[in-house]
Structures are given as structure tokens and as C-alpha cells.
Write a protein that binds this ligand. Structure first.
Ligand SMILES: *[C@@H]1O[C@H](CO)[C@@H](O)[C@H](O)[C@H]1NC(C)=O
Ligand SMILES: *[C@@H]1O[C@H](CO)[C@@H](O)[C@H](O)[C@H]1NC(C)=O
Ligand SMILES: *[C@@H]1O[C@H](CO)[C@@H](O)[C@H](O)[C@H]1NC(C)=O
Ligand SMILES: *[C@@H]1O[C@H](CO)[C@@H](O)[C@H](O)[C@H]1NC(C)=O
Ligand SMILES: *[C@@H]1O[C@H](CO)[C@@H](O)[C@H](O)[C@H]1NC(C)=O
Ligand SMILES: *[C@@H]1O[C@H](CO)[C@@H](O)[C@H](O)[C@H]1NC(C)=O
Ligand SMILES: *[C@@H]1O[C@H](CO)[C@@H](O)[C@H](O)[C@H]1NC(C)=O
Length: 486
């Protein structure tokens, strides 16, 4: 099982293969039908409740959008992937659908019924920028509201998307037209999309699955993919609460030492007094059940994770006695060093890229940018520190600390974009691992969204900002951690 590529070469890649896509293999519920799959069109009406009349496809009569052919990037991807034709996720999402709603300017969503990030209101004409705050700075009420929102998301069926539990060629039984789609909760959908993006490629009955592919890690899309992943969850919770100002907080994990400051019962759950790698019964998260943990089954049987609940969240901060390197959290000095790395990514755009900001914040390099196969730093280190569910790539989002760890990683990314005035030219156009080219649509998100859309500063382009004061300059001799407030 793959622990954020714990040891050695990144060849460990783990993952399982699955099918589907976000939304469902995830697709909009209205498109999870034999008819929609047969036509290859996923263009739901704006008012699905008026079906079977598809009333207003993509909101066209309201000027919101049009049903259009999906554009996929045909530029070459890196040579790491050699299973061309075998994987449903190639040229995402055209194995499933060839047409989708293309929404006009400020409209967004599978039916253009929602607003682009940064806009709100019935007509999407009111600008909005939500502020993502330090979870440690939330007051009692804000903490309770955040925990309650996560828990509600864990226990509410996703209103828009269903997941596919079989690969494309087994999605529909042609005799009966029975489809292999399932409902899933909003939070578990967040877990599922991550799992699907890292799963291995199924080679066929009795042939098992092959790794070497990862649509969301170990390549330039690491940052853009996780950025969209968080935006989707944030949007889903805003809709759930009917509160467009809801924002995900962040965890400044760069506090060094071996103590998990957010592992308390009023935040992400204290350690259980009874079993050292479980959560305290006083935390609601002790009741959460993990999904997508039967990775060996999916890989051998050629199935895909479904919504079946498994065991509890495991977490043992600083508890990996066999690996002293991961018994501490990153330091703020290390974050400041990585912000100085000038290039966004470097060939081979993988987990052994040197002098790459992306590979450095992801955590396969020294914080200064030098690739070092023995190092696990920053984002990877924060995951591995958790020594449990949150440290294993295919299931890590099951531990809600994942959300906070990634908002902070995203905050560092945003600060890097700002400081380096980065333009699209910094993001590789081709020869990145499959799924990681600038114009590749991110697997398995729906509607299709290319990496380039997430490669822009958040407050100006994506409707959120971080409440963080970064020091203006890296000065090694001073006491950063004390000098500034995160
Ligand atoms: C299955 O769905 C397809 C597409 O709508 C349809 O053409 C076919 O007749 C259906 N088959 C059965 C057995 O209902
Ligand atoms: C907590 O913060 C909110 C703003 O998010 C504020 O409205 C509320 O009054 C604060 N509560 C307390 C007890 O300070
Ligand atoms: C999901 O739940 C809805 C509402 O209960 C139901 O109508 C629908 O058939 C379910 N979809 C799937 C794929 O199970
Ligand atoms: C759902 O997943 C569980 C656990 O992996 C498996 O036992 C079950 O057969 C799956 N259900 C379907 C419908 O595939
Ligand atoms: C946690 O640490 C123990 C002790 O070193 C190790 O055996 C185990 O594999 C780690 N578990 C995870 C999920 O990282
Ligand atoms: C980087 O990893 C790739 C495999 O992903 C390998 O082919 C290449 O030789 C490695 N390069 C370096 C400099 O280690
Ligand atoms: C750094 O912190 C130490 C211990 O708190 C303090 O004695 C020292 O003056 C600080 N140095 C600077 C430059 O602030």
C-alpha cells in the first residue's frame, strides 16, 4: 500500500484503476443512463425535475450555455505511460462522453446551473471572494460549524453526481440495461475522485492491474488537480449549507516538532485513550467509516471502489517508529525555501524532477529544490507524519485532515504564483505524464476542466483567498516561525 511513495523510487506508484470520472466515474445523475452513454452526450437540462422533457439543455434559452463537443488535448504525454488504449481515463472524458455543456462566461456546472468560482447570485452577477482561514484562528462557533459541515457532507448523498463502480466496458449490462452506478455521499465522492485518479490500469480478467500511472501526483498537475478537488468540495458544501460564503480552513502544518496541534476533540479528533492509532470517541470523526480501502480487490477483480463503508479512520501522529524522518512536521523555513524555487516544473515532470517548485512542495526534493530520492518533505512529510489512513495515497482523503493539509499546500502554491508572476508558459504543454499536460482535462472531474484553468492566482481568478501573512523575503537567520502569524 502506498504511502505517498514512501520509500524510494517513485515507481511505487500505487493506485488502482477504475473507471469513471468525477461526477462519476462520476457523472451527473442524469447522464448515468444507457441512453446518455449510447449517444455520448451528457448535456442535462437546467431543470431536471421537469424531465422527461429535457426542458432547457445547458440552460441554452437562458443564455447560460450550449451542448458542445468536448476538447481533449492530443499533444504527446510523457513516455512513462505505455498502456495506450487500455485505460478509461485516457483523453478524459471521451471514453464516456463526447459532448458536454460548455457554459458562457460566469456560468458553470454540468448543466450550467451554477456559477463560475468567484461569482454568486441567481444570475451569477455578484462577485464573491471567500477567505480561507487558519483553523487554529477559528473561534468556538466557527470550529463547531466547520466540523458540523464536514459531518453533514459525510452523511448527505451527493445531489448531482453518482459514481461508476465498473470500468466502461462493464458499465451497462446490454441484456438488461442495468447500469453500475451508485449514489455516494458528498464527502465520500471527494474521497472517491482521488482514489479513481490514482488507481492502477486494469489489464483484463486474470491479468491484474499495472501501475506507473497517477493522474494527480508526481507531475505538474499535482497542484492544479488538488486545487480543483478542494474547490469542488467547498462548492458542494456551500450548496449543501445554502451559504455561498462557506470556506474551507487550512492547517499550517509547517510548525515542526512531533505534535499534531489540530488533533484535538474540538478540531480533527484527539488520539483514542484505548487504541493508540484510532480517534477519541469524543470526536465525531471516530464514527466516520473509510471508503475505497479494498484496493487489492479492485486491482485483481477489475472493479472500482463503491460507496461501501469499511473500517474507522486510523491515525497515529509521529508514530512511525521505523522511520524517524517522518516523525516530525515540516518547518516554516522549509516552506519559505521552496517558495524561492523559480521554475514551476522541470523535465521529466515527475517525482524525480530537480529544481522544480512542484516537486519540492509535493515533497520529493530537498526544500531548496534539489531532487533527493531519500527525502520526504513538505506535503509528503505532512501526510506520512499521520502514520495511518491519511498517509496512504489511495485512501488519504478519508481522514479529513487531508482537506486542511491540502488547503495549506494550495496556499503555498498560490503564494508561489503571485511571487513569480507565473503565466501559462511556466506550465508544461506536453511530455508531462499522462493527465498532466497543460490542456489535459483533470481525471475524473466533471464537467471537463483542463489543468490550465487552475494555474492562476486564486483571489483574482477563482473566488477565494488565504488569510496568511507571508514574510516578504526569506531571511534564514531570523525567527520566522515566531515573527509571522499564520
Ligand atoms: C437499452 O438501452 C438502449 C439505449 O437506450 C436501447 O436502445 C435498448 O433497446 C435498451 N435495451 C433494453 C433491453 O431495454
Ligand atoms: C466567531 O466568529 C464569527 C465570525 O465568523 C462572529 O460572527 C462570532 O461573533 C464569533 N463568535 C464569538 C463567540 O466570538
Ligand atoms: C440515487 O438515489 C436517488 C434518490 O433516492 C434514486 O432515485 C436513484 O435511483 C439513485 N441512483 C442510483 C444510481 O442508485
Ligand atoms: C462494493 O465494494 C465491496 C467492498 O469492496 C464489495 O464487496 C462489493 O461487492 C461491491 N459492490 C458492488 C455492487 O460492486
Ligand atoms: C505506521 O508506522 C508503523 C511503525 O513504523 C509502520 O509499520 C506502519 O506501516 C505505518 N503505517 C502507515 C499506514 O504508515
Ligand atoms: C526519473 O525517473 C524516470 C522514470 O520515471 C527515469 O526514466 C529517469 O531516468 C529518472 N531520471 C533521473 C534523473 O533519475
Ligand atoms: C529568536 O528567538 C530567540 C528565542 O526566543 C530569541 O532569544 C532571539 O532574540 C530571537 N532572534 C531574533 C532575531 O528575533
Amino acid at each position: 500500500m502506498l504511502l505517498y511513495k514512501s520509500w524510494g523510487s517513485h515507481a511505487v506508484v500505487l493506485v488502482v484503476t477504475l473507471l469513471c470520472d468525477l461526477g462519476s466515474a462520476q457523472f451527473p445523475r442524469q447522464c448515468a443512463t444507457p441512453e446518455a452513454l449510447a449517444t455520448g452526450e451528457c448535456c442535462p437540462g437546467l431543470y431536471p425535475q421537469q424531465s422527461p422533457d429535457p426542458s432547457d439543455i445547458c440552460g441554452v434559452t437562458m443564455g447560460r450555455g450550449l451542448c458542445m463537443p468536448i476538447t481533449v488535448d492530443a499533444r504527446p504525454h510523457g513516455s512513462q505511460y505505455k498502456m495506450e488504449g487500455l485505460d478509461d481515463r485516457e483523453y478524459w472524458p471521451i471514453r464516456f462522453f463526447k459532448k458536454a455543456c460548455l457554459c458562457n462566461d460566469r456560468f458553470y456546472g454540468h448543466n450550467c446551473g451554477s456559477c463560475k468560482p468567484g461569482w454568486t447570485g441567481d444570475d451569477c452577477d455578484q462577485p464573491i471572494v471567500v477567505e480561507r482561514k487558519n483553523i487554529m484562528a477559528l473561534n468556538e462557533t466557527e470550529r463547531q460549524n466547520f466540523i458540523a459541515a464536514l459531518n453533514l457532507a459525510k452523511n448527505t448523498v451527493h445531489p448531482d453526481y453518482v459514481i461508476a463502480t465498473r470500468h466502461y466496458n462493464q458499465l451497462i449490462n446490454p441484456e438488461s440495461n442495468v447500469t453500475n452506478f451508485e449514489n455516494i455521499s458528498i464527502y465520500d465522492y471527494f474521497v472517491w475522485t482521488h482514489y479513481y485518479s490514482v488507481s492502477k490500469t486494469f489489464l483484463g480478467p486474470n491479468r491484474g492491474s499495472a501501475g506507473g500511472v497517477d493522474f494527480s501526483h508526481e507531475g505538474p498537475a499535482f497542484l492544479t488537480w488538488h486545487r480543483f478537488h478542494l474547490l469542488q468540495l467547498e462548492r458542494d458544501i456551500q450548496n449543501l449549507l445554502k451559504d455561498p460564503s462557506f470556506s474551507l480552513p487550512y492547517w499550517n502544518f509547517a510548525i515542526g516538532g512531533n505534535r499534531c496541534d489540530i488533533c484535538t476533540d474540538d478540531l480533527m479528533g484527539a488520539r483514542s485513550n484505548f487504541v493508540g492509532n484510532l480517534l477519541s470517541p469524543n470526536s465525531v470523526f471516530s464514527q466516520w467509516r473509510v471508503v475505497c480501502e479494498d484496493v487489492e480487490d479492485y486491482e485483481s477483480l477489475g472493479t472500482i471502489c463503491n460507496s461501501t463503508a469499511g473500517g474507522p479512520i486510523q491515525r497515529n501522529p509521529a508514530g512511525n517508529s521505523a522511520r524517524p524522518m517522518v516523525q516530525r512536521l515540516p518547518e516554516m523555513e522549509e516552506v519559505l525555501l521552496c517558495l524561492e524555487v523559480n521554475l514551476f516544473d522541470t523535465a521529466p515532470f515527475s517525482s524525480n524532477s530537480s529544481e522544480s517548485f512542484r516537486n519540492t512542495i509535493e515533497g520529493y526534493s530537498e526544500p531548496s529544490g534539489q531532487y533527493n530520492p531519500t527525502v520526504r518533505s513538505l506535503h509528503n512529510l505532512a501526510h506520512l507524519f499521520l502514520n495511518g489512513t491519511g498517509g496512504q495515497t489511495h485512501i488519504s482523503p478519508n481522514d479529513p485532515i487531508f482537506v486542511l493539509l491540502h488547503t495549506f499546500t494550495d496556499a503555498v502554491f498560490d503564494e508561489w504564483l503571485r511571487r513569480h508572476s507565473a503565466g501559462f508558459a511556466q506550465y508544461p504543454q506536453e511530455n508531462a505524464p499522462i493527465g498532466h499536460n497543460r490542456r489535459h482535462n483533470m481525471v475524473p472531474f466533471w464537467p471537463p476542466v483542463p489543468n490550465s484553468e487552475m494555474f492562476a492566482t486564486a483571489p483574482e481568478n477563482l473566488g477565494y483567498s488565504y488569510d496568511i501573512q507571508w514574510p516578504s523575503k526569506y531571511r534564514v537567520s531570523e525567527n520566522y516561525t515566531m515573527a509571522f502569524i499564520l
